[in-house]
Design a protein around this ligand. Structure first.
Ligand code: ADP
Ligand code: ZN
Length: 623
């Protein structure tokens, strides 16, 4: 049966070329379909392993796999990484000289490449299309497919032209990939890329290796320093700030505190920006302190933390920005400082923007949802995923509220009152007015609408307007209320909200943090706790990183291209003493074993540890 044979071949390539023991999630389903000539639309979060979904079938099918990717720097890194695995890959973009480009074109035509990465504008030239017409093609992969969406911030006009690939190359399977969560963009991609025949593969948006923390802001500099020194003393990470000036100040402070920190914002000249980004991408342990201008084009898999010193403007932004941490699947932290002053500032920025009134209101509501997230007493991951319409029955055990539960109160009655007033006013009003009704405020609007006549009027005097606002925000965050994005910022009841109203569910609310009293904080177990301890573990870890660095410099590639952190960590844990044992670790395929095995083994021999003799015996026994 071809199906089974394809599957067997796919697993073989996964093991020997990529060095992985098993497929993740839906990778195998996608790969089998594409290898058999079908189209696929792959919607998976960052770090899920989308690249393999087109790289591997390109190796299984005859001809070259054409990858359309929007960013030249990323193409180069991907191609470097593939070559390290022994895959025949090349780029075709404006960074090549005419002669170099001609050589790549010759190889495409001759069918001696497995993969070629092409920028969209180049792909659509007559010259390239003519080249593809006369070449054996394995597949088309359209990476970052959301770039086709005119409403998104990554819009690329050339992506709209990619639909013509369907008509021009009907027999060539196409794979589109994106990490974009929302349903509207998803539909737009299917239509604009003519993917109606494509099988859809969606995995949840959870990023289980990211640990979420939200910390009450007291002394930014000191809190950041403490966090970094205790959790990430030598790691690469991103620190987000709201203003350009602050990025420079914080970078300066971090340098004074002994970290390698560089600023990044749109006000720096292009050269400096590029240089700082390159250093972040290629060196180890560099911290970039940035405005949100730093984002698109960051494809560093070993970012160990993303810190927000100011709140982002929405949960979408937060998810996207924190999502740059831990792409390699290893433990990473998303750490945010949250203070009421930020909220005021963010509101002011949103209110002062160019957007029209409707748009502004939507932005305000999105900010409110983010605040609900900050204030939640339940698992942060549950709140985050609920916002994207994903239900998660159990708390995650890997966020601050799971690890260190906050004080809560029984808010069931308050929640019912809040939901009741939403329903009683026809789901037409926003938080401020609803809170006014509950507290029995005497405003012109109350009288104009006749809301002083409602039975709910003045029935919530036990809480202040601010506290009611917090109740409403928490209800939005819990998914019991939704924000009407159609235009008015009104709150709408959801099915779970109705359940609360119908007394089927109790609601616990978070107590407002005490701003003045110093709250005692237990230290959470470090996200990087997977690191085995032992007398020489730290020394071996540093030695492994140094060796990787040296090999990377020699090959002029970023360190993670040699081996990802996950592989080094396995070396640290298992301390293999034979080539064969080394080759069994995740991320070590045949080519890399041949190329780097001896060097790492030599190092590992020096760190055999106390129980090494036992391991050696096992190693010999298996040989
Ligand atoms: P995405 O494009 O979805 O953000 P990548 O394709 O960059 O994710 O993969 C993220 C990381 O996971 C990479 O380091 C990759 O090598 C690794 N990876 C992918 N598939 C597997 C697998 N089946 N087993 C182990 N690691 C994998
Ligand atoms: Zn949790």
């Amino acid at each position: 049966m071809t199906g089974e044979r394809e599957q067997g071949r796919a697993r073989e390539v996964l093991r020997t070329v990529f060095g992985f023991a098993a497929f993740r999630g839906q990778q195998e389903a996608v790969i089998t379909r594409v290898a058999a000539g079908g189209d696929a639309f792959v919607l998976m979060p960052t770090g899920a392993g989308k690249s393999l979904c087109y790289q591997l079938p390109a190796l299984l099918r005859p001809g070259v796999g054409v990858v359309v990717s929007p960013l030249i720097a990323l193409m180069r890194d991907q191609v470097n990484a593939l070559r390290q695995l022994g895959v025949r890959a090349a780029v075709l973009n404006s960074s090549l000289s005419a002669a170099e480009a001609q050589e790549v074109e010759r190889q495409v035509r001759a069918g001696v490449l497995d993969l070629v990465y092409i920028a969209p504008e180049r792909l659509l030239t007559e010259r390239t299309l003519a080249l593809l017409d006369g070449s054996p093609l394995a597949l088309f992969a359209i990476d970052e497919a959301h770039c086709v969406s005119q409403w998104g911030h990554d819009f690329r006009a050339e992506y709209l032209q990619l639909a013509q690939l369907a008509a021009r190359y009907p027999g060539v399977p196409r794979v589109a990939c994106t990490a974009t969560a929302d349903v509207v963009t998803r539909r737009e991609i299917v239509v604009k890329l003519a993917l109606t025949e494509a099988e859809l593969y969606v995995t949840g948006f959870d990023r289980p290796n990211i640990r979420y923390h939200v910390v009450h802001k007291q002394n930014t500099r000191q809190q950041l320093r403490t966090f970094l020194r205790s959790e990430h003393p030598t790691d690469a990470g991103i620190v987000y700030c709201l203003t350009r000036r602050k990025t420079e100040e914080v970078a300066e402070q971090l340098r004074e505190d002994g970290f390698t920190a560089l600023p990044y914002h749109a006000g720096l000249d292009a050269d400096t920006r590029q240089r700082n980004q390159d250093r972040f991408q290629r060196e180890e342990g560099v911290i970039v302190v940035a405005t949100i201008a730093f984002g698109m084009g960051i494809d560093k898999p070993d970012v160990r933390f993303v810190a927000h010193l100011d709140i982002p403007k929405s949960i979408e932004s937060y998810y996207q920005e924190t999502g740059r941490a831990g792409r390699d699947g290893q433990p990473a932290d998303a750490w945010m400082l949250y203070g009421l002053s930020d909220v005021a500032l963010m509101r002011k920025i949103l209110a002062g923007s160019e957007a029209d009134a409707v748009h502004k209101r939507v932005e305000q509501q999105k900010l409110n949802a983010l605040l609900g997230y900050c204030e939640t007493a339940s698992c942060r991951r549950q709140v985050l995923l609920a916002y994207f319409g994903e239900e998660r029955p159990e708390p995650c055990g890997n966020c601050d509220t799971c690890l260190e539960p906050v004080e809560t109160w029984d808010g069931t009655l308050a929640a019912r009152k809040a939901l009741f007033v939403v329903r009683g006013t026809g789901q037409l009003y926003g938080v401020a007015h609803l809170a006014d009704i509950l507290t029995g405020a005497d405003t012109p609007r109350i009288h104009e609408k006749g809301h002083h006549l409602l039975s709910a009027y003045g029935k919530g005097k036990e809480l202040s307007g601010k506290e009611w606002a917090s109740v409403f925000r928490q209800l939005v965050a819990m998914g019991h209320l939704a924000v009407d994005v159609e235009g008015h910022g009104s709150l709408l009841l959801t099915p779970t909200g109705l359940a609360v109203l119908g007394q089927q569910e109790t609601v616990r609310l978070r107590k407002d943090p005490l701003p003045h009293k110093e709250r005692k904080r237990k230290r959470l177990p470090a996200a990087s706790a997977a690191m085995p301890d032992g007398p020489d573990a730290a020394a071996l870890w540093e030695a492994l990183r140094t060796l990787r660095r040296a090999l990377a410099d020699e090959a002029a590639v970023p360190a993670y291209v040699i081996f990802p952190d996950a592989t080094l960590r396995e070396m640290l844990t298992h301390r293999p003493q034979t080539l064969e044992a080394l080759g069994r670790l995740s991320g070590i395929g045949e080519r890399k074993l041949a190329r780097y095995g001896e060097a790492f083994l030599e190092l590992l021999h020096g760190f055999a540890g106390d129980d090494a003799p036992v391991r050696r015996v096992v190693g010999f026994a298996e040989e």
